[in-house]
Ligand binder design. Sequence first.
Ligand code: UT7
Length: 325
Amino acid sequence: MTITRSVVLGCGSYLPSQVLTNEDLARKVDTSDEWIVQRTGIHERRIAAPGELTSHMALHAAKSALAHARVDAQSIDLIVLATSTPDNTFPASAVSVQADLGITHGAAFDLQAVCSGFVYALATADGLLKSGAYKRALVIGSETFSRILDWTDRTTCVLFGDGAGAVVMEAQQQPGTRDDRGLLTVHLRSDGRFKSKLYVDGGPSSTGTVGYLRMEGREVFRHAVAMITDVVEDAFRATGYAAADVDWFIPHQANKRIIDGSAHKLGIAPDKIVTTVDRHGNTSAASIPLALSDAVTDRRIKRGDLLLLEAMGGGFTWGAALLRW
Ligand code: UT7
């Protein structure tokens, strides 16, 4: 007997060309390269050009994922775009991507789970593919956090960057063992009691404005490692895999200290961690597919490798997935 699995056919990413270094930031707010590097591991991040929107970056990432997967856009019947920085309140930025790809069939929608958005989007697409209703999906994370940052607040503006990443996932019949290719397990969590620890102080139904990102960084940090390791343990329990089986750990890229602390607590060797936070900063829902693309492009990740993905962010939301490449 076989079962349906969501198998990744290819991935891609996009970064805006403008680089913003720590030195650039130190000229705007009371900060230093030394503080940012020591506390976060970030050296630089990318900033979207004026007029460059979340959907534009998502489109670039989608096209590169389609090319990598060697499939035609017309074969896509589902687009799930994870973002907290859509072009407009509505319609979904995903429908812009759909239209720009020339797709007029199937469904496209945005999903908002802040930094955990990509893991939530993977789980959502996986469910829809497994239902049999859709065959081939684009799962995208794209963010322009530079547009919701308070550039006078040094506690937040140094942390984030813009970018997009995408994967093409297809429903395939697999033997139904843990050696299958594709998404083996995915686990989502949230706890709204923490909603005021990381939020945007505006919105359509509250202020009628977009608002700015606000964060109690120390509080987020305090919970991050425990929440991440907890949900990863769920993924291990569900599959029978353990840290030693993981070939590549592809975490959400918020802070190098959180990444290293989580890997250490889980028992994952440092040379298995894919890190991009030094060059990208925190790109929220885009960070995992950006990191994934990096490690696929430079051929670290090979077919058959077991990948562990995890994220934690505003809400709080958090989640983890095990994926065989
Ligand atoms: O994507 C998911 C969600 N986000 C995260 O996962 C972020 C989680 N939090 C963090 O990564 C860290 O808490 C931060 C990087 C945000 C901050 O690091 P920290 O070690 O927790 O520092 P802190 O907030 O405790 O601040 C230490 C000091 C403070 O000064 P005092 O009160 O000790 O005098 C801050 O005012 O550093 C000061 N500070 C800065 N100094 C220079 C805060 N931001 C800056 C800055 N430059 N940019």
